[in-house]
Write a protein that binds this ligand. Structure first.
Ligand code: HEM
Length: 457
């Protein structure tokens, strides 16, 4: 049975066992007394990270949320931390302070051997056969909703968020839309909201209070379902997880299936919502690219609103590149936290065990040495010729190494099906001169929800 006992961590708690003065030799900014650099980080973590790099170089110290940490910048830093050849960096202890309370024991909260075993078991849910079934559910759900949207002005972000939740109910949970799916969706949204809240105690009337209640509702619903799903022949992702076995051929424990499923829903939801929104925004701003993708979708599917078959996904080459470019410009996971379990060296500095370490996709995605004219939207950066010779870790929207996003093919699939359904039905427009302001963290979104107009073709 895949074990869920904690590995023996070098540090018993995220904030214990570490002497902050051991980072005195790292250049950086402790900010104000007590608050440190927290307010600067909260205002705009990407801008603040860029400023630190400009001032201090690729290894820089800051102090936010009461603790000192080190930011490592650039593609080499990403490779060191994500590939993690020497098993130095703990994902569990990096993400733990943010996610452990509401999304415990998910893959990102496991390290090394324990992580490998569970990840391998869960990978069954992403094999071609189940993916084919999810593709059917996505095609149906997206076709129905894009027809309902109809011509006229709309606010895109809440609409795609709603659609992504409903698609999760059908393709992840195998549930029809209705009151049961709605109750789970509400509980889930409360959990996600709470995980990014400042108040970490589940007091009444706080986001964390609602989040903890949401988790209880989810766990109570999922737990008895696991055995039923195990016995049934369902093709949804939850049923796949329920039937997943470890290397000894044994099922994962019921609690493990529940925790992995809830975690996966969290990992999938806002990331897809954010990236679908940024792609729609970029296509609205670049109608010439919108036309190219529309022509591609018509050629591959054979006509307006036709389903995009699983076997045809690879033919959507321009859509693939446009999505990659959207993920470069506005990565849904702008930065990734880890905690060093051993001393290591980078950029001429010795960094001690226990250090909270961060790397930033948002920063490396805008570095001119990898991306000439970095602010320009140019999907052709991702042709095989233009990609040749680029540092492998200069584009990391899905991370890399052992924890690389397990759902990335699902994300490509949902976005390609969305584009095929949307662009063959409508032109997407925005008002002259319109440029929404993006809230940069924790997952980017347009502050006004993205005001677009759909015009039937
Ligand atoms: C555009 C959409 C998405 C983006 C940008 C994204 C990004 C990421 C990133 C950066 C990581 C690695 C985090 C780290 O190393 O600390 C990750 C991990 C993960 N993602 Fe995604 N993700 C997306 C969609 C999805 C979807 C659709 C699913 C599920 C169907 C999913 C499930 C997961 C899971 C379970 C992990 C943890 C993997 C592990 O630790 O082994 N993600 N994702």
């Amino acid at each position: 049975m895949a074990s869920h006992a904690s590995p023996a961590p070098a540090f018993t708690h995220w904030s214990k066992g570490f002497d902050p003065s051991s980072l005195d030799h790292i250049p950086g900014d402790d900010g104000w007394p007590i608050l440190g650099t927290t307010l600067k980080v909260l205002a705009d973590p990407v801008a603040y990270g860029n400023k630190l790099r400009d001032l201090y170089g690729p290894v820089a110290r800051s102090k936010s949320f009461g603790r000192r940490q080190v930011m490592l910048s650039g593609a080499d830093a990403n490779e060191l931390v994500l590939f993690d050849r020497n098993k130095v960096f703990s994902s569990e202890q990096g993400w733990g302070p943010v996610l452990d309370q509401l999304f415990p024991r998910g893959l990102m909260l496991m390290d090394f051997e324990q992580h490998r075993v569970d990840r391998r078991a869960l990978s069954i849910a992403f094999k071609p056969e189940p993916m084919r079934h999810y593709a059917d559910a996505l095609n149906q759900g997206i076709a129905r909703r894009t027809v309902e949207w109809g011509s006229g002005p709309m606010t895109f972000y809440p609409a795609i968020k709603r659609l992504t939740l409903d698609l999760a109910a059908t393709s992840f949970l195998g549930l029809p839309l209705g009151p049961e799916a709605d109750a789970l969706n509400t509980a889930f949204v409360d959990m996600v909201q709470a995980s990014i809240g400042i108040i970490r105690k589940p007091l009444p009337f706080t986001a964390m209070g609602r989040g903890v209640a949401g988790r209880k509702l989810m766990v109570d619903w999922f737990t008895p379902q696991v055995l039923k799903r195990r016995a049934g022949g369902g093709q949804d992702m939850f049923s796949q997880f329920a039937r997943a076995t470890d290397e000894a051929g044994e099922y994962l424990s019921v609690d493990a299936v529940v925790d992995h499923m809830i975690f996966l829903m969290m990992a999938a939801h806002d990331t897809i919502t954010s990236s679908a929104t940024s792609l729609v925004w970029l296509l609205a701003k670049h109608p010439e690219w919108q036309d190219k993708l529309r022509r591609e979708a018509l050629a591959v599917t054979g006509g307006e609103g036709r389903p995009l078959a699983y076997d045809d996904l690879a033919k959507m080459e321009l859509t693939d590149m446009a999505f990659k470019e959207a993920l470069r410009l506005i990565p849904p996971v702008p930065s990734t936290p880890r905690r060093a379990l051993k001393d290591f060296e980078f950029g001429g500095y010795r960094i001690p065990a226990g250090t909270p370490v961060g790397i930033s996709a948002a920063a490396v995605h805008k570095m001119a040495e990898h991306w000439p004219d970095p602010e320009r939207f140019d999907p052709l950066r991702f042709t095989p010729e233009n990609s040749a010779g680029r540092h492998k870790y200069a584009w990391v929207p899905f991370g890399g190494g052992a924890h690389m996003c397990i759902g990335l093919h699902f994300a490509y699939m949902q976005i390609k099906i969305l584009m095929a359904q949307l662009l063959t039905r409508y032109e997407i427009g925005v008002a002259e001169g319109y440029a929404p302001e993006w809230q940069p963290w924790p997952i980017p979104k347009p502050k006004d929800g993205l005001k677009i107009t759909l015009t039937a073709i």
